[in-house]
Design a protein around this ligand. Structure first.
Ligand SMILES: Nc1nc2c(ncn2[C@@H]2O[C@H](COP(=O)(O)OP(=O)(O)OP(=O)(O)O)[C@@H](O)[C@H]2O)c(=O)[nH]1
Ligand SMILES: [Mg+2]
Length: 359
C-alpha cells in the first residue's frame, strides 16, 4: 500500500482533499480524490534524467517499478530512449551474511568515492523484503550521510515481488542510473539463497564481505559463494579484531588460490577493511580499478556484459513462458488432473508430460 501511494505521488498530480474529518464521521479520502494523471513527456523526462536530475531519476525508477501496464509500456520506451547513454559505469555487487556490515561498508566506501568526485548510485536486492516486510535499505539511517551527499543517489529496494521480478527491475534501474551519469553502481544483496547468483549476473565486480574467525566454515558452505567473488573483504578489521582479520585474510588467500576464479584472467583477492575506522577502503577501490583495467585490456569486460545481457534475455523468455502457461486456467486444470493420475500410479511423469503437451 505504501509503495503504491509513493508511486502515485511520484507519477501523478493528486488533486483534492487528503482527508476529511468533521469530528462525527470519517470519510475515506480515496472517494474524494480525483486522480488527474499528468501526461508524462518521455523526451523531457529522458533529457532530465540525462542531465542528472535526481527527482526525474526517481520518477523514472518509479515508472520502471510500476506494475501498471500503461506505466510498463512508458517505462520501456523511456529505457529505449536512454539506452545509448547506458553502460558507462563500474557495476559492483556487494554481498555477505546479515550483519557482515554491508550497509555500513557501502556508506563508508560510497562516501569516500563521492569525496573523490565520483558519482555513486546505491541499489539493493532484497529477496526477503516481500516476506518479512524488512528491507536491506530499510535501515536507511545507516546511509544517511551518503544519501545527503551531492554525488550520491541511494535507492531502497523495491518492496514486493518475486526475486526474479526484483532482479529485473534492479537491472533496469541500474541502466537508468548510468544514463543519469552515475559512474559507480553499488548493489547490496543479502548473502542468502539465490540472490548472489542474480547479482553476479548483473555486475562487473563481485565483492564478498566476511568476518573473522571463519575457520572451518571456509571449507564447506561458503565455497559456492567464494567462487562467485572477485574480492573478499574481511570486514570490521578494527580494535581487537585487527590481528585476527589479518590472519583471516591469509587464510582466504590460501583458499582462493585453489578455487576456480570468478572472472577468467583475474585472481580473486582478499584484504581487510574497517568501515568504522575507514581503513582498507582505498585499497578496495584500487583493487576494483585494477580489475577494470585488466578486464578492459583483455576484452573480458565487454564479453561478460554481452553474456549477461543475453542471459537476461533468455531468463526473461523463460519467465514469460512460465507466466503465460500458468496464467491460463485450462492449463492449470489439466496439470492438476495429470498430477493426480501420476500420484495414483496411473501414469509415469514422462507420460504425464507428453499428455500435457499432446505429444
Ligand atoms: N566494529 C565494526 N562494526 C561494524 C563495522 N561495520 C559495521 N559494523 C556493525 O555491524 C552491524 C551490522 O551492520 P550493517 O551494516 O547493518 O550490516 P548488513 O550486512 O548491512 O546487515 P543486513 O542488511 O541486515 O544484512 C552494525 O551494528 C554495525 O555498526 C566495522 O567496520 N567495524
Ligand atoms: Mg544492510
Amino acid at each position: 500500500m505504501e509503495g503504491k501511494n509513493a508511486e502515485e505521488t511520484a507519477l501523478h498530480v493528486m488533486k483534492g482533499i487528503e482527508s476529511q474529518h468533521d469530528g462525527m464521521s470519517y470519510v475515506a479520502p480515496k472517494k474524494f480524490r480525483k486522480k488527474r494523471e499528468e501526461p508524462i513527456d518521455l523526451k523531457e523526462l529522458a533529457s532530465e534524467v540525462r542531465e542528472g536530475n535526481r527527482t526525474s531519476l526517481s520518477k523514472a525508477i518509479t515508472l520502471i517499478e510500476s506494475s501498471n501496464s500503461k506505466h510498463k509500456e512508458l517505462a520501456q520506451k523511456l529505457l529505449q530512449e536512454l539506452l545509448p547513454n547506458t553502460g558507462n559505469s563500474i557495476r559492483v555487487g556487494i554481498t555477505g551474511i546479515p550483519g557482515a556490515g554491508k550497509s555500513t561498508f557501502i556508506e563508508a566506501f560510497g562516501t569516500m568515492l563521492c569525496n573523490l568526485g565520483k558519482k555513486v548510485a546505491v541499489l539493493a536486492i532484497d529477496p526477503s523484503s516481500s516476506l518479512s516486510g524488512g528491507s536491506v535499505l530499510g535501515d536507511k539511517t545507516r546511509m544517511e550521510n551518503l544519501s545527503r551527499h551531492k554525488n550520491a543517489f541511494v535507492r531502497p529496494s523495491p518492496s514486493a515481488g518475486t526475486l526474479g521480478g526484483v532482479h529485473k527491475k534492479t537491472r533496469e534501474t541500474m541502466l537508468l542510473c548510468e544514463a543519469a551519469g552515475y559512474e559507480i553502481i553499488l548493489i547490496e544483496t543479502v548473502g542468502v539463497g539465490q540472490s548472489e547468483t542474480y547479482v553476479r549476473g548483473m555486475v562487473d565486480f563481485f565483492l564478498l564481505l566476511v568476518l573473522t574467525g571463519a575457520g572451518d566454515e571456509l571449507q564447506g558452505l561458503k565455497k559456492g559463494i567464494m567462487e562467485l567473488a572477485d574480492g573478499i573483504v574481511v570486514h570490521k578489521a578494527d580494535g581487537d579484531n585487527i590481528e585476527k582479520a589479518k590472519k583471516t585474510v591469509r587464510e582466504y588467500k590460501q583458499i582462493l588460490h585453489f578455487l576456480q576464479p570468478s572472472t577468467p584472467g583475474w585472481e580473486s583477492q582478499s584484504l581487510a577493511a574497517s568501515s568504522v575506522d575507514q581503513t582498507g577502503l582505498k585499497e578496495v577501490w584500487e583493487m576494483i580499478v585494477r580489475f577494470e583495467k585488466q578486464m578492459k585490456a583483455s576484452g573480458y569486460w565487454d564479453t561478460r556484459r554481452h553474456e549477461q545481457t543475453s542471459d537476461w534475455f533468455y531468463s526473461m523468455i523463460t519467465d514469460h513462458l512460465i507466466d503465460s502457461f500458468f496464467g491460463n486456467q485450462e492449463n492449470k486444470d489439466k496439470v492438476k488432473m495429470l498430477e493426480n493420475e501420476i500420484l495414483q500410479g496411473k501414469l509415469t511423469v514422462t507420460q504425464g508430460l507428453s499428455k500435457l503437451f499432446n505429444e
